[in-house]
Design a protein around this ligand. Sequence first.
Ligand code: ATP
Ligand code: MG
Length: 692
Amino acid sequence: SAPAAPDPLAQLNAEQRDAAMHGTGDTAHDTRPLLVIAGAGSGKTNTLAHRVANLIRHGADPQRMMLLTFSRRAAQEMERRVGSVLQKALGLPGTQSLPGLPWSGTFHGIGARLLREYAGRIGLEESFTIHDRGDAEDLMGMVRHDIGLSETKNRFPLKGTCLGIYSRVLNTRDPLEKVLQDTYPWCSAWEGQLKKLFGAYVEAKQQQNVLDYDDLLLFWAEMMAEPSIAQEVGERFDHLLVDEYQDTNRLQSEIILAMKPTGQGVTVVGDDAQSIYSFRGATVRNILEFPSQFAQPARIVTLERNYRSTQPILDASNAVIGEAKERHAKNLWTDRAASHRPQLLLVPDEASQARWVADEVLRQREAGSALKSQAVLFRTSSHSAALELELARRSIPFVKFGGLKFLEAAHVKDMLALLRFAQNPRGRMAGFRTTQLIPGIGQATATRLLDAMSEAAQPLQVLQSFDVPSQAREEWTRFAALYAQLRDPAVAWPADLELAKAWYLPHLERLHDDATVRKLDVDQLVRLAAGYGSRERFLTELTLDPPQSTSDQSGVPHLDEDYLVLSTIHSAKGQEWKAVHVLNVVDGCIPSDMATGTQAELEEERRLLYVAMTRAREHLHLIVPHRFYVTQQSGGGDRHMYASRTRFISEAMAEKFERITWPQAGAADAAAGAKPSAPVLQVRDRARAAWR
Ligand code: ATP
Ligand code: MG
């Protein structure tokens, strides 16, 4: 027989191997659910990938595995890792194609697919469209206005706050009263009105055949409450595996339980010390309660060896998280010794912070760390503004993750609304946005049209024969023709997008002075579309998992190019770099000024710093600008603030860091550009000398 292929599991340590092999081979009789709980960089994600590969090698069908990750990117990365493990294990040549994992993705993405598939049986229309956060807020605002709760009249909470409350009620499964008490105490007086508002909001979504993000989880959970469907859906999957379990919410844990009540085939991995999404309703209680949640108790595997970071980086990170009020003590160790400690850099202001980082990034590159192996992390998207300018000035290529506004740009929204309106003629937000692009069509006309369309069996005919104000008539005819084509099944994707673009461009030019720049985004949208099989898929996935970076937009990954990563800490979860530079490690930024209200909020900020620090493999720099700029949330203008080192790094842990002041005394003035330095040369003297 052929020589045995290398066993990929041999690379794992004993605990990792136990987790990867649980329920297969010698332990095939063990049907317990599995929980891997372990600290940062201990190989949880890596173990999960090996587990998937190992299950497949033991005959599991990849079509019958559901793999839930935090982002679509993470799912793709997992699929790649599983593929490479399998490739080695099976001794396949690199060209051989491997089984994909068709059911890997985010909870929301997988939920959308299941709901569309089961739509007919659970009272949904298959053609439903999905509201992004902006649409959901706008609809909430519209409903709020319609039932007479306008903010101007009686200071009723803003539409964003209303949506936040509604969303929290659904995701935490707590009653409205408790959510108000715990999280929105200043809105408690409005409980009755809010209830009425949410009732009307739910009604409106139904009438319009739209779902919001929360519905994707809620309806999935509801669907699983029907025993016949629950059994059928549950039985379609032999394995259900979840990464980053510490950031799931109640609704998500309910779904897992309903999918697999016995716990057989369920694997979750997570780290309670890295829970950073409680503002979205995530709760570490999920991890804590997992062991006793199913018909049989779970097997728990803990991992203690860290493979990512050097000992000094671990020491510093452990010191920071060690002061957390609540956590499972973990003893992470590593054999990656290093002589240098993480650096704490004291700089005068954000401009010098930007200069220092740019210098350091280049220094690291000189020393052999490609830009790609480095990242700059920050608490809030706006914190990188000064650095972005500095990088651009020095032509250092970078991509930015998190907080990207591509889909929020008006022209991109216009295009997407057009497609959504074609997909679902009853969707009001899309309908309003689209029809009002036409001069002469105002709110009143749009309302009449949409009312008529939503009641008609043939909405297209209603639109085609609709009587519009005379100045709009000519353009309306063109629009009606486009709409007919977009509704025509014979016009295939993405040809319909090209038609939409052709119709839209003249409007773009009319509406915006900077149309040329905006047109580039529209072009990018079209390019992006090529990666999706259908309009429905495109709209769903773009809404659920918008492009995360400036490079994602083009749909073309930077394969060869070297670039620096800029990312919010939240978006950096699960990833690692050789060198990590963290900006604004000062009180007011970490912890954020807006998160110092309660002990729980503060604790989450501490975990956030821990997540940032544990992304680093070899070099970690925490930068502390003495002065920084704050953008006021509620008017009042921006202002400078004097800040001090974050409270999470106490004097007692100071020896874990190397403290550096930059620029050093003496060099300060020159570097800060405050005073011109003494000239090294006097050209006029030379000129004079020539005539002497
Ligand atoms: P996080 O909590 O940040 O998500 P994690 O626990 O998921 O971290 P991984 O990302 O899976 O950790 O692994 C961290 C690093 O350690 C990766 O570079 C991975 O390749 C490496 N690693 C994991 N296990 C081993 C091992 N047994 N031998 C060598 N390297 C390993
Ligand atoms: Mg991980």
